[in-house]
Design a protein around this ligand. Structure first.
Ligand SMILES: Nc1ncnc2c1ncn2[C@@H]1O[C@H](COP(=O)(O)O)[C@@H](OP(=O)(O)O)[C@H]1O
Ligand SMILES: [Mg+2]
Ligand SMILES: [Mg+2]
Ligand SMILES: [Mg+2]
Length: 353
């Protein structure tokens, strides 16, 4: 079965949600609240989740959705809810036909809250389940750095479609990237992939989808020539261990630090080669929405994505990657070598502890 229609809806829905996140990006007050785990969520996260779930509901009413956010705090905070509704109700694609395909505007503030809570699927190994991260890299978003709107479709636990909008990445694949580069004029890229059909990128627009082009990872002759990407937040991946792995591989170029799945997108287009996300905490389980779309886009661009043990990411375990630890993404030909270095650094660390 081909997933052209699912990819089309995913890209269009992500593109529409990016109109909202970009609007919020330039607002002084982003309505930031702290979640139970102390991580931030903003009106951009809630609004983008509402817009995307509404588009999925309209086009694929029987599908389930695993999304990061939930509306309980908004039901208690009427001001925040009203603020989100004020933004969401006015967001539409310039092209009326495209906007209609996504179902047009949401009906009311109350239905917006119900739609946000539609992302509460438990996930699992059976059926069609979308994984949605309405803003990945919320801390980057708040800092004025990179962030990504991420949507993947899993069928029986396997990711078939991925779409990621990165409003602050340069359109040019060859442009140098760094975390400080943000909403410069002309930025904004929409990445996507279908399993078995390759990965593409196209400029983000405010209407119909722009023309796409295939993307692929950069050929790396020797792993020591590679550039590696990692997160900006030291609490999300072990930057010291990442650096030790790079050193063991003979990599001398400094790491490129980016928030969000912009890291997967960057290596998939040849701006960087290896993405290391070595665990900080023993008991942290990675969330499926943080990886589903990026995992597929990198693999379809010629890369391999595994955990620190070299196992493929298993999206069939529920809302988290309960069977995996950390993430290592690299060009296919070099993955074994990178995993060997990861194992030796982590083993050494446990011996020294
Ligand atoms: N201890 C931890 N280890 C790994 N990832 C974590 C973490 N705490 C939070 N995260 C996740 O890291 C994501 C951001 O990744 P990165 O650091 O690569 O930008 C966050 O996504 P959100 O920003 O969507 O909440 C969050 O889900
Ligand atoms: Mg979050
Ligand atoms: Mg995330
Ligand atoms: Mg998020």
């Amino acid at each position: 079965m081909s997933y052209q229609q699912e990819r089309y809806i995913a890209e269009l829905a992500v593109q529409r949600a990016c109109l909202l996140t970009q609007k919020v990006f330039f607002e002084k007050a982003k309505g930031t609240v702290s979640k139970d785990d102390k991580s931030p969520v903003t009106i951009g996260d809630f609004g983008a989740q509402a817009l995307i779930i509404s588009a999925i509901r309209k086009n694929f009413p029987n599908d389930e959705i695993v999304a990061e956010e939930e509306a309980s705090s908004l039901r208690e905070d009427k001001n925040l809810s009203a603020e989100i509704w004020r933004l969401v109700k006015d967001i539409k694609l310039d092209d009326a036909e495209s906007d209609n395909i996504l179902g047009g505007p949401l009906a009311s503030e109350e239905s917006m809250l119900d739609i946000i809570d539609n992302g509460n699927s438990a996930g699992g190994p059976k059926g069609r389940i979308w994984a949605l991260d309405p803003i990945d890299g919320t801390k980057g978003f708040l800092r004025g750095g990179q962030y990504a709107v991420c949507l993947g479709l899993m069928v029986d636990g396997d990711v078939k479609v991925g779409a990621i909008g990165t409003p602050n990445l340069p359109i040019d694949d060859a442009a140098p990237i760094d975390a400080s580069q943000s909403a410069a004029a002309g930025n904004g890229v929409l990445f996507s992939a279908i399993l078995g059909e390759g990965a593409t990128s196209r400029p983000l627009t405010s209407g119909t989808l722009a023309a796409s082009k295939p993307i692929s990872m950069r050929p790396v002759a020797k792993i020591s020539d590679a550039v590696f990407c990692e997160g900006v937040e030291a609490g999300h991946s072990a930057q010291g261990d990442n650096a030790a792995v790079a050193e063991l591989l003979g990599i001398t170029a400094p790491s490129v630090r980016l928030d969000s799945q912009a890291k997967y997108c960057s290596i998939a287009r040849g701006a960087g080669d290896v993405y290391l996300r070595l665990p900080v905490k023993k008991d942290y389980q990675e969330k499926i929405w943080d990886h589903a779309a990026g995992d597929l886009i990198v693999r379809e661009a010629g890369g391999q994505v595994t955990d620190i043990y070299g196992n493929r990411l298993d999206f069939s375990k529920g809302r988290t990657l309960a069977a995996n630890k950390g993430v290592v993404a690299a060009p296919k030909a070099h993955q074994d070598q990178v995993i060997a270095a990861v194992k030796s650094v982590l083993k050494l660390k446990s011996v020294l502890k």
